[in-house]
Write a protein that binds this ligand. Structure first.
Ligand code: LUZ
Ligand code: MOS
Length: 748
């Protein structure tokens, strides 16, 4: 079992949007970025740049025929800045030339005068000034204010986590091709084909049916192309529409890091109250989300933060408040986990703090507060699985937490220059878009007369293996071999009104839709055979490419069946929609049942810190994860391993550094450190045995985002090692815990 595109990937033969052959006469577009993070545009003179050799045209906000507006949740973001700039890198103009080099070469000739205004970069400072996007929201359970007096211990503190750059392999890219009817066909490296279609239609003043968006595959996305592929596609479309020529726009890696949004940095205050034995009675937390300059997906991400306030724990009295704070940085955006990792980091900080105060291991607090089936979340839903406890116990059985602690303690007693640390990291992640309406998908299935099958869905293949999973669903439902099924590109003309491929839900939603479409075809075929043979349709089955009647072979193969059905004029195509049943959420009460189910697991993370150099190393991550009945164990394993390493990167080495003026300084792979293969720990994954059947597709549970949050354990394992060196180390929670920070913690 392997990834569908593996043979193409390893040979470098897979075509991404930037590899598509371009039509003759294609022009290249280069955005002109604002050099400052906040200011008023006083003068924009494009004459000299327009006269530069090779330049075909220049566009500014005035050239937009429709609305200069790309905001998806809140309409607050211009495609091209008109009067004011709100972050360094914001596009103020577009240069179109006959080569990328000519377009970029004309940039210095732009006359741009901006009156600089002081930027706000810190979310708490923005909050204090009332710069809040939407309204702050509060989720509550029980009565926190009453609960504190019953606690044996109450501690409070602050926990901050940094942003994270996606470093998708393929940078932001689009190719827009004018059609002969005045519309456009746009190839976009996006997770949200419909969002790109809708936004281009709005910007150009077209109807949506005049814009066709096609996505062959993405070279990674991780959320970075859920909302933020749109601007680049719209800019290419603007130029193609105005010039009547194909236009390609591709960001360089440095441009991409400088101009596009990342995971949100958060600054948070927590207060936790416990009994003497470590039972958590009350938890209060305030999240200040650094949203950047425009709303983008921040309100939805803020909401997911609130949903995951208490992670895998049941706490009877909770109050969580969150505010999205507007600053002068590129709008922060979706990134694997979508606000949940930031909440879980704070929850673990509070537990670690309380454990130190009670002088008991953090894992004792974690274990006795784990969620059980039937426990209520602050958002009103009750957990419908006992997997948190089962995963914890299975991992404990395999790794023996007590013995692991004893082994680490013995190591630490016998080593002065290196120390080890341990942390357990349970994860409980809600599956469904928190915006209920997005939980729908569709699938168009064609069976061709030779028995081969083409499937179009709303899912975008970005390396996560969703195509493989959907092919499995189609093959199983039709009763035929996997090799007969081909996934088509994601295209708004074949499957319309698509939700983004996001929220770990691509395989679930589109798999369900594909199953329903395949079932329609199977049902028609069964009815036709039954009519032909005068038997009930439910006696007929198709298995392993053979037609069965009452489980006996009928000597009719899939290929013969399809050819026969075609000759009888039985339709061999079907289209089906799927909408997740039973989910709802009432924002006026902040209560409901927002998730189809929860993805659950537990990790044990072990780290070693080199005390002389201050360098931390994550040695191993051992995981028990509930994938339900895995649709494809190889792909699930890859998702878990990749997620863990990405989470470790966020927590221990990836650090975004900005100048006081709000310009990013870590704008290349030389200064922004992502974990490489050498930094990758041993990752041992066990799928929870006899995992209960889930409402996910064919009993599988989704696996895209949740494993990233195991990486949070890396922070606490390194912290544990630091405290083995210096038990008196004051507890502070500031991620990432980079080599520099561990060094200064040991050598203050
Ligand atoms: N995107 C989104 C997401 O629009 N809504 C969500 O709830 C979500 N969750 C995770 C990742 N992307
Ligand atoms: Mo996402 S963070 O695009 O599921």
């Amino acid at each position: 079992m392997k990834h569908d595109d593996a043979p193409l990937h390893v040979r470098g033969a897979a075509r991404y949007v930037r590899d598509l052959p371009v039509p003759q006469g294609t022009l290249y577009a280069a955005p002109v970025p604002s050099p400052v993070s906040h200011g008023k545009i006083k003068m924009l003179d494009i004459a000299a740049a327009a006269a530069h050799e090779g330049v075909a045209a220049m566009f500014t906000a005035r050239d937009i025929p429709g609305q200069n507006q790309i905001g998806s949740i809140i309409q607050d973001e211009p495609l091209l800045a008109a009067d004011e700039v709100d972050y360094a890198g914001q596009p103020v103009a577009l240069i179109v030339a006959d080569s990328m080099a000519a377009a970029r070469g004309a940039r210095p000739l732009i006359g741009l005068e901006i009156e600089s205004l002081p930027p706000v970069l810190d979310p708490r400072q923005a909050y204090a000034r009332g710069e809040i996007i939407g309204v702050p929201r509060t989720f509550a359970l029980g009565d926190v204010d009453q609960a504190w007096s019953r606690c044996h211990l109450v501690v409070s503190g602050r926990a901050d986590s940094g942003g994270q750059e996606h470093i998708y392999l393929e940078t932001q890219t689009a190719l827009a091709i004018p059609r002969d009817d005045g519309g456009l066909k746009v190839f976009s490296a996006t997770q949200s084909p419909t969002l790109v279609q809708r936004t281009i239609a709005r910007v150009l003043g077209l109807a949506m049916h005049q814009v066709e968006v096609d996505v062959p595959r993405l070279g990674g996305a991780f959320g970075g192309k859920e909302d933020q592929a749109t601007a680049w596609a719209a800019l290419a479309a603007l130029a193609a529409f105005r010039l009547g020529r194909p236009v390609k726009l591709t960001l360089s890696r440095q441009e991409d890091i400088r101009w596009t949004g990342k995971r949100h940095p958060y600054s948070s205050d927590y207060k936790i109250g416990l009994t003497e034995q470590g039972k958590i009675l009350a938890y209060e937390v305030t999240f200040y989300q650094n949203a950047g300059a425009y709303a983008d997906l921040s309100p939805a991400i803020l909401e997911r933060t609130l949903f995951h306030t208490t992670n895998s724990y049941f706490i009877p009295h909770v109050r969580a408040t969150a505010a999205s704070c507007r600053t002068h940085l590129p709008p922060f955006t979706a990134f694997r986990g979508f606000g949940a990792p930031q909440a879980m980091f704070v929850m673990e900080a509070a537990i670690t703090h309380a454990a130190a105060a009670l002088q008991i291991p953090a894992m004792e607090i974690q274990r006795q507060n784990l969620l059980r089936s039937g426990d209520e979340f602050p958002y009103g839903m009750r957990l419908q699985t006992d997997s948190p406890v089962r995963c914890w116990e299975e991992l404990d059985k395999r790794q023996d937490f007590q013995a692991s602690r004893a082994r680490v303690a013995a190591f630490n007693r016998s080593h002065t220059l290196t120390k080890k640390g341990l942390a357990v990291m349970p994860v409980c992640f809600g599956i469904s878009f928190t915006t209920t309406l997005l939980n729908q998908a569709a699938s168009l299935v064609h069976v061709y007369t030779d028995g081969s099958v083409g499937v179009s869905t709303a899912a975008v293949e970005m390396g996560q293996g969703v195509n493989r999973k959907i092919r499995r669903v189609a093959a199983r439902t039709l009763g035929i071999g996997l090799d007969r099924i081909r996934m088509e590109s994601t295209n708004t003309s074949r499957v319309a009104n698509t939700s983004p491929t996001a929220a770990s839900s691509g395989a679930d939603l589109n798999g369900h839709a594909t199953r329903l479409a395949c079932l329609q075809i199977v049902e028609r075929l069964k009815q036709a055979i039954a009519a032909e043979h005068g038997c009930p349709a439910d006696e007929i089955g198709i298995e392993q490419e053979e037609v069965l009647r009452a489980r006996q072979r009928m000597d009719l193969s899939w290929e013969q069946l399809v050819a026969w059905a075609y000759s009888r004029r039985i339709p061999l195509s079907a289209y089906a929609n799927y909408a997740t049943p039973g989910i709802h959420f009432d924002k006026s009460k902040e209560k409901g049942h927002p998730f189809a189910y929860h993805a659950v697991g537990t990790a044990l993370v072990e780290a070693t810190v080199d005390g002389l150099r201050g360098v931390p190393r994550i040695d191993s991550v051992k995981i028990v994860h509930d994938v339900g009945r895995s649709l494809d164990p190889a792909i699930d394993l890859g998702q878990i391993e990749g997620g863990v390493v990405q989470g470790i990167g966020w927590m221990t080495c990836e650090e975004l550094v900005y100048s006081p003026e709000g310009k990013i300084l870590t704008d290349g792979m030389s200064t922004y450190k992502v974990p490489d293969i050498g930094a990758t720990p041993e990752v041992i994954v066990t799928f929870l045995d006899e995992a209960p059947q889930s409402v996910g597709i064919l009993g599988a549970k989704t696996v895209g985002e949740p494993p990233l949050m195991y990486g949070i354990g890396a922070y606490y394992a390194v912290l544990d090692a630091l405290r083995a060196f210096r038990p008196e180390l004051p507890l502070s929670f500031q991620a990432p815990l980079t080599a520099e920070r561990t060094f200064w913690a040991l050598w203050p």
